[in-house]
Design a protein around this ligand. Structure first.
Ligand code: SF4
Length: 155
């Protein structure tokens, strides 16, 4: 997809140079830096906003996808066995609040994350496999009516 010329955009913070992934890395993309420079990026890291530290154990959605977590049909579990569902829900709510406050219609989120993944997430069994579905924040932003896309679709 091509980023529209106007309007504020929700962007996963790790794409804009913030070292907030579970391994304390950034996944910087030039277009995200450009959106920041234009004052149009609204950076969100739902996992940190939901109270999780940097670094932190990897986590996956067990029993469904982000929409199922929102519907209380699935949980987010860390690789150390901790139930972090409430952190993920809290972070998703904060991202939704940020989107409303900014009037954002578009979110560009980091691929395959249990929070930010859009269209594809990890399997839920820590086996390296992928499954169809959205992360928790991606699902919530879709429910809020935003267009949500993976960073890998940006040209
Ligand atoms: S929760 Fe989203 S913004 Fe935060 S590190 Fe993971 S992919 Fe990046």
């Amino acid at each position: 997809m091509e980023i529209p010329a106007e309007g504020r955009v929700i962007v996963s913070a790790c794409l804009a140079g913030v070292a907030c992934t579970h391994e304390a890395e950034a996944k910087t993309r030039p277009w995200a830096i450009q959106l920041v420079a234009e004052g149009r990026a609204v950076l969100v890291c739902p996992e940190v906003a939901g109270g999780l530290p940097i670094p932190r154990p990897a986590a996956e959605i067990v029993g469904g996808d982000g929409a199922d977590v929102l519907g209380a049909r699935a949980q987010v579990i860390s690789e150390t066995g901790e139930d972090v569902t409430q952190n993920y829900l809290a972070g998703a709510r904060k991202a939704a609040e940020a989107a409303r406050a900014a009037g954002a219609q578009l979110a560009i989120l980091k691929a395959r994350s249990p929070s930010c993944g859009c269209g594809q997430i990890h399997s839920g069994t820590f086996d390296g496999e992928l499954r169809a579905g959205d992360g928790v924040t991606a699902a919530m932003l879709k429910q809020e009516g935003l267009e949500v896309v993976s960073d890998e679709t940006v040209e």
